[in-house]
Design a protein around this ligand. Structure first.
Ligand code: NAD
Length: 438
């Protein structure tokens, strides 16, 4: 059992803290957001993530998991410190490392004994060494410490499962002592035969960016093939299945849609391109992925134009789905954002419904109408746009929707509705890359 501090109790930090405590470690999660910590102390998990609340409560009750707003104290009391603060996109596209640097300073100032400092945040290649220097500069006496890179691969919406049963764990370090401690922390996964990839720090940092850029590439690739299908009449789903049956390709991440969003792919692809440019290396594929994604984010409105034209004055448009994907309340860089912006700019009245993400979207768009249910949202709509692949939307009663809307006009940006059913109910509709599945 190790004493662990997690600095940054956001999506990744809370899942990591709860997961590592479930492995039997004694974990203290800390954050500069005092309100978040106060809520967690009262058993309130503010973000929606399946299974997370139960995992947190179970480990708090077992006295393995606790919370504090005192970052310094949490460092002092731990043998291993995980950095899980945000690394958002700066205005120039690079990763903003201010929170990581501040955390490194705090760790240095509170280094009262040997510690392993482990980075979970997604950080530019070479950040491990920067963290080492900052800690050294801020450390009143040299108590010794080691740097580890342990990138996180969890997906929001299935984060708990991804953390507890990962397909791999990557650990980068140049210290045998630190590696021994890290192996100990992840011991339950060794028993499950999870592949544990041990490497150096720079390679571990690179793996994270390379993995995210590759997944983003698959998404942009199938989106462009879907656009081709729109022009040729082919069915992109059958194309994707035909491709994915080849084991070298795999069917995963071959689902077309409105472009990727969220807190990772957009910022990580941008950050990777910037890092490479600073090193004089051209990442042409990743640049094209970003460009294709920006174009894809405009497709939804182009499809609405084809159905009802550009002028949306006096028209009510319903957006179903605000989260960047299903099973999360996260709206960071959600594809729904540019759609709502464009609808408002064209004079539409916007109604919206999402099972979990409405509170977060309210911060960005306080004036649109948020509805309590799907049925209320579609009532009297001139057009409906499906933006997120929630199960609730997959199973929507289209006959009821047809009865409630003012005009039967629909864009299915996730291809989750049955085109034959839409046709039978006489909807004018568009989807992504399935023009002839009518
Ligand atoms: P988040 O915004 O949900 O959480 C970050 C937390 O860090 C916030 O609660 C914030 O208050 C806190 N924080 C900021 N500065 C701090 C400081 N100086 N001291 C203590 N706390 C501080 O972000 P997230 O989605 O959890 O992502 C964290 C990191 O993990 C990022 O680098 C991200 O790229 C990476 N990551 C995210 C995911 C994901 O799906 N969200 C997956 C893998 C990796």
């Amino acid at each position: 059992m190790k004493r662990i501090a997690i600095i940054g109790t956001g999506y990744v930090g809370l899942v990591t803290g709860a997961g590592l405590s479930d492995f039997g470690n004694k974990v203290i999660c800390t954050d500069v957001d005092r309100e978040k910590i106060d809520k967690l102390k009262q058993g309130q998990v503010s973000s929606f993530e399946p299974g997370l609340r139960d995992l947190v409560i179970r480990n708090v009750d077992a006295r393995r998991l606790s919370f504090t707003a005192d970052v310094g104290k949490s460092v002092q009391e731990s043998e291993v410190v995980f950095i899980a603060v945000g690394t958002p996109m700066a205005d120039n596209g690079e990763a903003d490392l201010s929170a990581v640097k501040e955390t490194a300073r705090t760790i240095g100032q509170n280094l009262n004994d040997y510690k392993v400092v482990c980075t979970k945040s997604t950080v530019p290649i070479g950040t491990g060494e920067k963290i080492r220097s900052i800690i050294q500069e801020n450390c009143p006496q040299d108590n010794g410490f080691d740097i580890v890179s342990n990138p996180e691969f969890l997906r929001e919406g299935s984060a708990v499962k991804d953390f507890l049963i990962p397909n791999r764990v990557v650990i980068g370090s140049d210290s045998e002592r630190a590696l021994k401690i890290m192996r100990n922390i992840y011991r339950p996964l060794f028993i499950n035969e999870t592949p544990i990839l041990i490497t150096d720090i720079v390679t571990a940092e690179t793996i994270k960016y390379a993995a995210n850029a590759f997944l983003a590439t698959k998404i942009s690739f199938i989106n462009e093939i879907a656009n081709l299908c729109d022009a040729t009449g082919a069915d992109v789903h059958v194309v994707a299945r035909g491709m994915g049956l080849d084991g070298r390709i795999s069917p995963k991440y071959l689902h077309p849609g409105p472009g990727f969003g969220g807190s990772c792919f957009p910022k990580d692809t941008q950050a990777l391109v910037h890092q490479a440019e600073n090193l004089g290396v051209e990442l042409n594929v990743v640049k094209a992925v970003i460009e294709a994604n920006e174009a894809q984010r405009k497709k939804v409105m182009e499809k609405l134009d084809q159905l009802i034209g550009k002028d949306l004055k006096d028209k009510t448009v319903t957006v179903l789905g605000l989260a960047f994907k299903s099973n999360t309340d996260d709206v960071r860089l959600s594809p729904a954002i540019p759609v709502i912006e464009d609808l408002l700019a064209r004079g539409a009245e916007v109604k919206a419904f999402d099972p979990e993400a409405m509170n977060n979207m309210r911060v960005l768009f306080p004036t649109i109408t948020y509805c309590d249910s799907l049925n209320l949202a579609v009532s009297e709509a001139d057009a409906v746009i499906v933006m997120t692949d929630w199960h609730e939307f997959r199973g929507m009663n289209l006959e009821e929707v047809a009865r409630r809307v003012k005009h039967k006009v629909l864009v299915d940006a996730r291809n989750i509705l049955n085109p034959r059913e839409l046709k039978r109910l006489e909807f004018k509709f568009q989807n992504i890359g399935r023009p002839n599945v009518r």
